[in-house]
Design a protein around this ligand. Structure first.
Ligand SMILES: Nc1ncnc2c1ncn2[C@@H]1O[C@H](COP(=O)(O)OP(=O)(O)OP(=O)(O)O)[C@@H](O)[C@H]1O
Ligand SMILES: [Mg+2]
Length: 328
C-alpha cells in the first residue's frame, strides 16, 4: 500500500565513489553506505555529522545529482531510482531543488538577479515573459528582498552574503518545488544574518508545506529548525529521531560527543563534564569493522569491533545503532 503522507523514501542507499589508483586498480570510497529513511510531506529533517560523514553525498543522491550505487529512491509514491524517461526526469528536477553552501560560487556573476531567477523558468518551458516576471517578483517578496524592483537589475556582487543566499533560495523556489535540500546554507554567511535566513526557511517551509532536508555541522541549530534529526557517521545513520528528543536525550556516544562539542552559553554549565571524542573520522575507503565508531568510542566493549549494530527503535520514533542499547 502506498502511504501518501510520505514524500521521500530512501531504501538502503549506497553511494560509492570509484577512484582510480595507478593503471589497473580502483579504490572504493563508501561515502554513503546503507541509509534508509522516510520524510513526510512538510517535514524538515536535519542531517548532522562531522566533515566526511557523507551528508552532502546523501543530500545529492536524494535529489539524483548523484546516482546511487545501490538501493531505491521513492519520491511521491514513484520509484525514481533509475529514470530513463526525459519528461519524468524533468518533472522530478522541478520538484526537487538544492540550495548550496556558498551563494557567491553558485550564482553566475555575469547575470542580473532577474536573469538568474528567469533561467530555471525558461529551462522548464515557461514561455510567457509576463508570467515569468510575476513569478520572479513573488519569489523576491517571499525571500524578503524588497522592494523586488530594486533587486531585479542588480548583480550578485552588489549584494551582501545574506542577500545572495536569499537569491539562491528564490531561485530554488520559482519552480514551486516539493522538496528542498539545503547543504550548509548558512555556514558561509555572516553570523549576524544566519538566524534570519534559517527563520526564512522555516516560514517558507510552513507556507508552502515544503519537505526540507537541512544539512549542517551545527547540531544546536537543528533543534530549532528541524522536526527530525539524523546523525551520520562514516556513511551511516547512527541515531535518528525528533530533534528535541535526540538533542535533550542523546543515546549514541557519538551524538553525545557532538552535542558536548557545542559551547554552552550558560555560565552555570561551565564546569559540566564534557565528553569530547578524540581523533579524526577514519577513512571511508577502509571503515573500521563492526561498529564504525568503535575506534573512537569511550564505551566500546568486545562485541563492538565484531558486529555491526542495526539502527533500532528504542522508543517512539527514536532510533539508535549502538550495542549499548541492543545487547541482551
Ligand atoms: N565526488 C567525489 N569523489 C570522490 N570522493 C568523494 C566525492 N564527494 C565526496 N567524496 C568523499 O566521500 C566522503 C563523504 O563526503 P561528503 O562530502 O558527502 O561528506 P560531508 O559530510 O558532506 O562533509 P563536509 O561536512 O565536509 O561537507 C568523504 O570521504 C569525501 O572525501
Ligand atoms: Mg558536505
Amino acid at each position: 500500500m502506498v502511504d501518501d503522507s510520505i514524500l521521500l523514501k530512501l531504501e538502503n542507499i549506497k553511494t560509492y565513489f570509484f577512484l582510480p589508483k595507478g593503471l589497473f586498480k580502483t579504490i572504493v570510497l563508501k561515502a554513503v553506505d546503507g541509509v534508509s529513511l522516510e520524510m513526510r510531506k512538510g517535514e524538515s529533517l536535519a542531517i548532522v555529522g562531522e566533515s566526511g560523514s557523507g551528508k552532502t553525498t546523501l543530500g545529492r543522491t536524494a535529489i539524483k545529482l548523484i546516482e546511487p550505487t545501490e538501493g531505491k529512491i521513492v519520491f511521491d509514491g514513484k520509484d525514481i531510482t533509475r529514470l530513463n524517461d526525459e519528461k519524468e526526469m524533468r518533472n522530478f528536477r522541478r520538484s526537487a531543488q538544492i540550495i548550496f553552501q556558498d551563494p557567491f560560487m553558485s550564482l553566475n556573476p555575469y547575470m542580473t538577479i532577474r536573469e538568474i531567477l528567469e533561467e530555471p523558468l525558461i529551462v522548464h518551458g515557461f514561455s510567457d515573459p509576463k508570467e515569468r516576471y510575476e513569478i520572479i517578483v513573488k519569489a523576491l517578496v517571499d525571500v524578503k528582498l524588497q522592494p523586488p524592483e530594486e533587486f531585479l537589475l542588480k548583480y550578485p556582487h552588489m549584494l551582501s552574503g545574506g542577500q545572495r543566499q536569499r537569491v539562491g533560495i528564490a531561485r530554488a523556489m520559482v519552480l514551486e518545488p516539493k522538496f528542498i535540500v539545503a547543504d550548509e546554507p548558512v555556514s558561509m554567511i555572516d553570523a549576524s544574518s544566519r538566524a534570519e535566513i534559517l527563520y526564512l526557511f522555516k516560514s517558507l517551509q510552513e507556507k508552502y508545506n515544503l519537505t526540507f532536508m537541512y544539512i549542517t555541522h551545527d547540531i544546536a541549530t537543528a533543534k530549532y529548525f528541524s522536526d527530525n534529526l539524523a546523525v551520520m557517521y562514516l556513511g551511516k545513520i547512527v541515531e535518528y529521531g525528533p530533534s528535541r528528543e535526540v538533542i535533550m536525550n542523546p543515546k549514541h556516544p557519538y551524538t553525545s560527543a557532538l552535542i558536548s562539542a557545542v559551547p554552552d552559553p550558560d555560565p552555570n554549565n561551565r564546569f559540566i563534564y564534557r565528553k569530547v571524542i578524540s581523533g579524526e573520522i577514519p577513512s571511508a575507503v577502509n571503515p573500521p569493522s563492526g561498529c564504525r565508531f568503535h575506534t573512537r568510542c569511550p564505551y566500546r566493549f568486545e562485541l563492538c569491533d565484531r558486529e555491526e549494530p542495526k539502527l533500532e527503535k528504542i522508543n517512539f520514533e527514536h532510533k539508535v545503532a549502538c550495542h549499548l542499547y541492543t545487547k541482551k
